[in-house]
Ligand binder design. Structure first.
Ligand code: XIL
Length: 335
């Protein structure tokens, strides 16, 4: 079997997200698959603020250290995810006793957090998703969050500034979902221009790429890659997967696994759509520097629990038995 990292070696880095080389997260067979196929890893959860600093000043780096050791040992390009997000962020950041904390206090805590976390992995983490998902999905510009409420519009600029201070050599990414959609893309461009005007360095725009079967917005993805690149950013596909189950409505609630007869045609369509995506990525290899799947194989996919828990989903290139799927062969043009 050809390895993805070799097949795309002259195009872009190829990776997957997981949380640590520990048996309940990635057992030895899964680690072997990972190392055979990928050359970059993203920390799935263990670097999120709620995991590394659950209480002010109490840092819990054990899981992230284990992941960083794995990256160092195997010479992997490690991506830190994420320094600022509206999710997985403890309340203490925004509280001063019973009151809401002042802008100054929240900024002081954000700076301390970023310096501690980025500083610790200097030289190991190659790039950071500095801010994740700050653009609103509705008609608003920025997503309402405690960050926006306590600091104001410049919270994104401040986070990028602190990350640059903490490690001037690390790549700084802005990461979001649906940011190929023209409305969200334009708001992202507005944000990026404001960051540039504020003197902040941003190296890459991350398109998460959580797609749904038969609804991959190929045209928007291609336009977005071209437009972000034209603005001077590297493009990274950061959390790729292709969900084959219904996403909304009562059908999405079904937890019964699909029968082989139900699954077979879906996997063929998935293979075609993955192949089309990768030929698009390849066409734009001068603009795309990394493609990362959100998890190494179907059995470890977050899509088994999102948008509803306890489903048996099939969004990746390897199945639960770690075997390459039709999508793998379609993407690599092998059989
Ligand atoms: C997900 C993880 O995969 C899950 O294990 C966790 O329970 C919730 O977060 N976009 C992101 C990621 O930027 O951080 C999310 O990761 C998936 C969606």
């Amino acid at each position: 079997m050809v390895a993805l990292k070799d097949f795309f070696a002259s195009d872009f880095l190829l990776g997957a997200a997981f949380d640590g080389p520990i048996p309940d997260r990635l057992n030895p067979a899964e680690q072997a698959l990972f190392l055979q196929q990928f050359n970059t890893l993203t920390a799935e959860n263990c670097l999120k603020p709620g995991r590394v600093q659950p209480e002010e000043g109490r840092f819990t780096f054990q899981d992230a250290d284990t992941l960083a050791d794995f990256a160092r040992t195997h010479h992997l390009h490690m991506v830190g995810h994420t320094l600022l997000w509206h999710n997985n962020c403890p309340e203490w950041f925004f509280k001063d006793g019973e009151k809401q904390a002042s802008r100054e206090l929240v900024l002081k805590r954000l700076r301390a957090h970023i310096h501690a976390v980025v500083g610790r992995y200097k030289g190991t983490i190659a790039g950071w998703d500095v801010c994740n998902e700050v653009i609103a999905d509705n008609e608003k510009y920025l997503r309402p969050s405690h960050w926006l409420e306590t600091i104001g519009d410049d919270f994104v600029a401040q986070a990028f500034r602190f990350a640059h201070e903490a490690d001037p050599n690390v790549l700084l990414h802005y990461n979001d979902y649906d940011n190929e959609n023209p409305i969200k893309r334009d708001k992202t461009l507005r944000l990026l221009r404001s960051l540039r005007e504020a003197g902040c360095r941003v190296d890459a725009v991350g398109l998460q790429g959580h797609f749904l079967l038969d609804k991959v917005p190929f045209g928007d993805v291609e336009d977005a890659i071209e437009i972000y690149a034209r603005e001077g950013y590297q493009v990274m596909i950061t959390e790729l997967d292709l969900d084959v189950l219904p996403f909304v409505g009562p059908e999405a609630e079904i937890t019964q696994p699909l029968s082989p007869e139900q699954l077979a045609p879906l996997l063929l369509r998935q293979a075609e759509q993955y192949a089309k995506l990768f030929s698009l990525f390849r066409k734009h290899r001068d603009k795309i520097t990394r493609v990362t799947f959100w998890n190494p194989h179907d059995g470890r996919s977050w899509r088994n629990n999102w948008p509803t828990k306890g489903r048996t989903n099939h969004p990746l290139l390897f199945d639960r038995e770690l075997r390459p799927k039709a999508a793998f062969y379609a993407v690599t043009g092998s059989s």
